[in-house]
Design a protein around this ligand. Structure first.
Ligand code: ADP
Length: 525
């Protein structure tokens, strides 16, 4: 036999629930709440009639309209099952969120007569929803507004679980701006689609394999920027990547490195130049002291020859000073753009031949042969004769420095039509390949142990190169270690129209002085 529920049974069941239950008699317009719910709402002493109007008052003013709408819809039968969320004021804890669910019962004439329902306290759930929404909002704001690029990507694997690529799932504005792309061009696209020859270091899923985040500095060739890249596992199988642009920092580091290198180089240059200055200075001082000694003990007469030699030494070291100072002054003039050429139409063959002839005595003294050869007797070009002489002397002085006794130096002038080629070849120690391009650089010296003569500043060839280029010419060098070197200059065979008088005679004393100066670090005159 089936159990017959009495009214009190139903009331007991309703009251056993922690939630509220009600029956709204729509014909009488009376509402019956379960006792517990009446207590919660603070309407214990109200009659079912009074409860109808009071419940409307208890609903939060902001929710009254939506609640009324839902109720009217249900009455009008468009939706007899009522479900709505609203806030209601309780006696014990102020407003709470309620999920109201109910059902309207209609009579045969489709007139609503009863409304059964429950009120469930969903405040806690609402609070959680709010806090999730808030933190989601927070993350979204962070994601969108950070100055760093931020992406969420998914790995793509082949059948053997080998990583093939990554797909963009989510990207922020900074990322799009950095790469100059639109969101629609990026979302769902793979790295390789967007950046076809992407470097391998961008395709690394170790973070996903190990579950450990990773920091590294990577270069992106697509926008020529450097990034500090932070990758981390994110959500289900996704990878988050945060990129901080560190290009400026990288440039500063590089500048600092160059600055430090230059500082070191400058130190070396100063110590080299001061050594070059001190050497002749020391010789002059010690010679002077010797002379003073002769003066003191009145032995000048007996030491006349030594005195003469001492004076020579002083003179020769003064030449060394002059050479060094000339070079430093020329170089600084070149750097500041005030180094000027004094162009005249000159017979270049004669200039070179004369200077070679003037040094034959000196090369012989060093046991080195020098030979001049030319395929033409005359070639008039616009040049600064004094500067050309210094260039040739510089080449010959170097050739002597780096050529052993019985070695040879060949100086050739060749008419090549539009230009004149002057080649200075020696059979000396040669220059290794890695130094060949560098010897024309300011202050550059090949490892000094290679040279017989340990003096030098590395200035000579850089002045030579600049001077040749100011003439509109070119300079080059070929060399084999142990075989010798060939320095070649090409000077354009152009003339200047205003110049009518071709200089025929050379100023001999000036030239001798110049040789003394240019050869001062290899000879004792
Ligand atoms: P430096 O005053 O030191 O000689 P240079 O500028 O004239 O300076 O030359 C630079 C470097 O080139 C020299 O230190 C030397 O090592 C190398 N060099 C120049 N000419 C020759 C050569 N003919 N043979 C071998 N090495 C040479």
């Amino acid at each position: 036999m089936e159990y017959e529920f009495s009214k009190s049974d139903f009331l007991e069941i309703l009251d056993s629930s922690t939630e509220g239950s009600f029956i709204h008699d729509l014909e009488k317009n009376e509402i019956y709440f379960s006792d517990k719910w009446k207590t919660r709402l603070g309407i214990v002493h109200m009659s079912p009639k009074e409860a109808v109007s009071s419940i409307t008052d208890l609903v939060h003013p902001d929710d009254q309209e939506s609640m009324h709408k839902a109720y009217i819809q249900a009455i009008e039968k468009t939706n007899p099952n009522v479900k709505m969320e609203f806030r209601v004021r309780t006696a014990d804890s102020g407003y709470i969120w309620i999920l109201g669910q109910g059902k309207i019962i209609y009579n045969q004439e489709s007139k609503p007569i009863k409304y059964y329902g429950t009120h469930m306290d969903i405040s806690e759930q609402k609070r959680m929803e709010e806090s999730i929404k808030e933190s989601e909002q927070l993350y979204r704001t962070l994601f969108e507004n950070t100055d760093d690029s931020f992406i969420i990507i998914d790995p793509i694997y082949d059948k053997t679980s080998k990583l093939l690529d990554f797909t963009h799932i989510k990207v922020n504005n900074t990322y799009l701006q950095d790469l100059g792309l639109k969101e629609t061009e990026v979302i769902g696209k793979n790295f390789k689609q967007l950046y076809p020859d992407i470097e391998n270091y961008w395709l690394d899923n170790n973070v996903l394999k190990t579950g450990k985040s990773k920091h590294e500095e990577n270069y992106c060739k697509y926008n020529n920027r450097w990034y500090d890249v932070f990758s981390f596992p994110c959500g289900k199988g996704h990878m988050g990547v945060l990129f901080r642009d560190i290009t400026d920092k990288k440039h500063m580091e590089a500048d600092l490195h160059t600055f430090e290198k230059n500082l070191k180089l400058q130190d070396e240059i100063y110590s080299n130049i001061s050594h070059e200055l001190k050497t002749p200075l020391n010789v002059i001082f010690s010679t002077e002291q010797l002379m003073e000694l002769y003066l003191k003990d009145d032995s000048i007469q007996g030491n006349k020859e030594k005195l003469q030699k001492g004076l020579h030494t002083i003179k020769q070291n003064c030449y060394r000073f002059t050479k060094l100072i000339n070079n430093i002054v020329d170089l600084s003039k070149m750097d500041s753009g005030v180094f000027k050429l004094n162009l005249r139409n000159e017979n270049i063959v004669e200039i070179v031949e004369n200077i070679v002839q003037s040094v034959v005595g000196y090369t012989n003294e060093r046991g080195v042969n020098i030979t001049f050869d030319t395929d033409t007797e005359e070639k008039i070009i616009a040049c600064d004769a004094i500067k050309i002489e210094r260039i040739i002397l510089n080449f010959i002085s170097n050739a002597i420095k780096f050529t052993n006794v019985n070695g040879n130096i060949f100086v050739n002038v060749m008419d090549k039509g539009d230009f004149v080629e002057i080649a200075i070849r020696d059979t000396g120690v040669g220059i290794d390949k890695e130094n060949l391009d560098l010897i024309f650089k300011k202050y550059y010296q090949v490892n000094k142990t290679l040279s017989r003569n340990l003096e030098g500043t590395g200035i000579g060839l850089s002045i030579v190169k600049n001077t040749v280029e100011m003439h509109g010419g070119k300079i080059s060098v070929e060399s084999e270690v142990g075989e010798g070197s060939t320095f070649r200059i090409e000077l354009p065979a152009a003339t200047i129209p205003e110049q009518e008088n071709i200089r025929k005679t050379r100023n001999e004393p000036r030239q001798v002085e110049m040789i003394h100066i240019e050869f001062s670090d290899i000879y004792n005159f």
